[in-house]
Design a protein around this ligand. Structure first.
Ligand code: SF4
Length: 645
């Protein structure tokens, strides 16, 4: 059991916080995590702005400093003359203990203000295993954990990120969720908050006004009803101002990317600058949450990407740039981009990584032209090892293409091919799993043919977790026994000494599986798990399975109800009032196609009317031509009576 009370009752001033920090920082590991002062931070005059926002990544600085979403919002807010954004991350366990012992509240790295002094606290929640850290950070800030207990003078607590597309498990702790992309909605949120402050109205008034902004979900304005089996029967709106459906927010055109990235003073996990080249994905892999929730595809021009890289190098000195997207090969101008980068930066000692390339030999040429470091291995992600299974998940690549691409990588000087697979896909058999070993052995044989005994294969096998808003949102996870049997099979069969196998521990996926398709009942479980000591659930060495088991037991909730139950297609899912724009009928049809082993083409080739265009017709009309990879919309109307060419 950990101390659950807030570490301070009154807000300390920044100078009081700094003086306490001076006394304790040398007693913790890596004090550089907690001091700020990095290159390119923005420190504004606190009293000269009216809105103060703390952007919080609820994991360690070493990881959070690289989060692109937080960098974008930091840039957006700090461009405003009337607002400031500062950062905070989760202290590691040693620092948390010291902070509690010395009554140091969670503070921002820039000005050392206590988080409780800010107007808005914005959490980035890309994955579910950050939930207990979020509670811990609120507690360290002295802010009531439950939204219902906050008063007008408490900060507004908001959250955004991919995990928030099913916000229900965290509904009790977050005042407002931002569903979708934050670049525009953050400004509307700030403007609303400023008018509310001027008006002197109460907190419920603020929440009701925020509910009127597209993409903002106020959980306090909704009440789900459950039937006797514990299934959602309806979601009641508690205010006429709350929309029936909260449609995600997206930007019609990607705004200028940030370039003055903060350069950490200590070694961090990803010591490179991310430059986003494209958002969204048209491939339609059925397991892929990001691919479904980030539609439609919008690209940046080659010129903008190249100029951005130039500015990033100039302002940060980073020598490694990662070109970010969900599927880099699908960037329309990828060859042109690679040539332009090569031309402009050939004299710089620059490493450019182009992650998520398609499995085809041209990817090897691309990596070669970018001067990829051979040492890091050539990465391929077939996800499944039989063509049958790859049809089910809609990643149809012939075996021959996978082997040929691996072979080309060895031939061009890579000694290691890294292969990413998942087990536990729907309808997967032990034969499908055994095929992973055959495919790896085939690739190893190719490697030996090309470069002899230097060839290596690294096989990473994750376990599939079905996610909300995907065509697999109805399926049950494999039972723990089945996952273990599949993992044992791989361990037994992959015996080649040059093939290295790593896999995800069962515990790593169970928690994610419970939380990602959870309902409101889980907020009490999350609270209990945190009270019992759960922290850093994404960290393998910190996981406390028994704590979570106890937390579920306290509330007499069966976790397998969430992870191992097949949902009926007619069931009202707890997240159905949140809309990604994709129609439920489309997801059902895609799921049924999957069961029949049918694939869909890349939707750049053929639009399947997934629902994005009717929802965002006006935005598409404002951004015509190839700004989006969806068909043009003609005769749009805000009433949604759009026609697709
Ligand atoms: S509207 Fe058509 S092209 Fe656009 S994302 Fe949906 S299926 Fe793909």
């Amino acid at each position: 059991m950990v101390a659950a009370g807030p570490p301070n009752k009154k807000h300390l001033t920044p100078s009081q916080i700094e003086s306490r920090l001076e006394r304790v920082l040398l007693s913790v590991q890596k004090p550089g995590r907690y001091v700020g002062g990095e290159l390119n931070i923005t420190v504004k005059d606190w009293d000269a702005v009216s809105t103060h926002i703390a952007l919080v990544f609820p994991d360690l600085y070493d990881l959070g400093i690289s989060n692109l979403g937080l960098k974008i919002l930091y840039d957006q807010v700090n461009q405003r003359s009337d607002s400031l954004a500062e950062r905070a991350y989760a202290p590691w366990l040693d620092m948390e203990q010291v902070m509690r012992e010395h009554a140091i509240p969670l503070y921002s790295l820039e000005s050392k203000h206590a988080l409780a002094d800010f107007d808005i606290i914005g959490f980035t929640l890309p994955y579910e295993t950050l939930y207990t850290n979020t509670l811990n950070l609120l507690d360290l800030s002295g802010i009531p954990l439950f939204s219902v207990d906050r008063q007008a003078d408490h900060p507004l607590v908001i959250a955004g990120g991919h995990a928030c597309f099913n916000p229900e498990p965290m509904h009790a702790f977050i005042d407002a969720f931002v569903i979708g992309e934050g670049e525009e909605v953050i400004h509307e949120l700030i403007a609303t908050h400023q008018s509310w402050k001027r008006s002197g109205s109460d907190r419920p008034e603020l929440l009701e006004t925020l509910a009127g902004i597209q993409g903002i979900y106020i959980p306090a304005l909704y009440q789900p009803r459950y039937d006797q089996d514990g299934l959602v029967s309806e979601v009641e709106r508690l205010s006429p101002k709350a929309p029936r459906q909260i449609v995600k927010r997206l930007v019609g055109k990607l705004p200028s990317p940030p370039t003055r990235f903060i350069v950490p003073n200590i070694e961090v996990v990803h010591d490179r600058a991310p430059v986003e080249i494209m958002r969204g994905c048209t491939r339609g892999c059925r397991f892929c949450h990001a691919g479904m929730i980030t539609r439609p595809v919008r690209e940046r021009s080659v010129e903008e990407v190249v100029n951005t890289i130039g500015s990033v190098i100039h302002s940060t000195g980073f020598q490694e740039i990662s070109l970010m997207s969900l599927s880099s090969s699908d960037y329309t101008h990828v060859l042109e981009l690679v040539s332009a980068i090569h031309q402009r930066f050939s004299q710089e000692r620059l490493t450019i990584s182009l992650p998520s390339l398609r499995i085809e030999t041209v990817s090897v040429d691309l990596m070669e032209r970018l001067g990829d470091r051979r040492g890091s291995g050539f990465t391929l992600a077939p996800e499944a090892a039989t063509e049958r299974m790859r049809s089910i998940i809609n990643k149809p690549i012939p075996d021959e293409q996978i082997v040929a691409t691996a072979s080309a990588a060895y031939e061009h000087g890579w000694t290691t091919v890294k292969l990413y697979f998942m087990i536990g896909h729907p309808a997967e058999t032990l034969e499908d799993v055994e095929a992973i070993t055959s495919l790896c052995n085939r690739i190893m044989t190719e490697g030996r043919k090309r470069i002899g005994g230097r060839a290596r294969v690294h096989v990473s096998v994750g376990t599939f977790v079905p996610k909300a808003h995907t065509p697999f949102q109805w399926v049950a996870c494999d039972t723990p026994e089945m996952v273990e049997a599949k993992q044992d099979l791989l361990k037994k069969k992959l015996r080649d000494r040059n093939i290295k196998l790593t896999w995800t521990a069962l515990e790593d996926t169970l928690l994610e599986a419970w939380l990602s398709r959870g309902d409101r009942h889980l907020s009490q479980v999350i609270y209990s798990a945190w009270s019992l000591g759960a922290r850093f659930d994404a960290w393998q060495d910190q996981q406390r399975r028994s704590v979570w088991a106890d937390a579920f037991a306290i509330h007499q909730i069966d976790p397998y109800f969430y992870s191992h139950r097949r949902r009926g297609l007619d069931e009202t899912l707890p997240w159905e009032h949140i809309s990604t724009g994709i129609r439920k009928a489309y997801l059902i049809q895609d799921y049924q196609k999957s069961l029949a082993g049918e694939t869909r083409n890349d939707c750049r080739e053929q639009c399947y009317a997934c629902g994005i265009l009717p929802h965002f017709a006006e935005l598409r009309r404002q951004n015509p031509g190839d700004a989006w990879m969806c068909p043009q919309v003609t005769s749009p109307s805000r009433a949604g009576a759009s026609q697709v060419q």
